[in-house]
Design a protein around this ligand. Structure first.
Ligand code: ZN
Length: 82
């Protein structure tokens, strides 16, 4: 018996269509809690949605994007509270 195929949720295209309406100069910089570095690289937590929890009845992966410090690889607490 073949294992149920797991699908990756794809909502990135939709996110890219949203326009940035805030003035970026007025926004606060987030800095790393550990080293105070102010640049970050994208990272993902991948959630495994079990077939029992899934609306489609099929297992799937749900990527959650967060940001990792480019200097020390620390991930700020606020990025984990999604
Ligand atoms: Zn850091």
């Amino acid at each position: 018996m073949a294992k149920a195929k797991e699908n990756v949720v794809q909502d990135q295209q939709e996110e890219e269509r949203q326009e940035l309406k805030v003035n970026i100069k007025d926004a606060d910089d987030i800095v790393c809690e550990k080293c105070e570095g102010n640049y970050f690289v994208p990272a993902f937590i991948i959630k495994r949605i079990s077939p029992l929890m899934s609306p489609t009845g099929q297992g799937m992966f749900a990527p959650v994007q967060l940001f990792q410090c480019g200097e020390c690889k620390h991930i700020n607490e606020e990025f984990l509270n999604y």
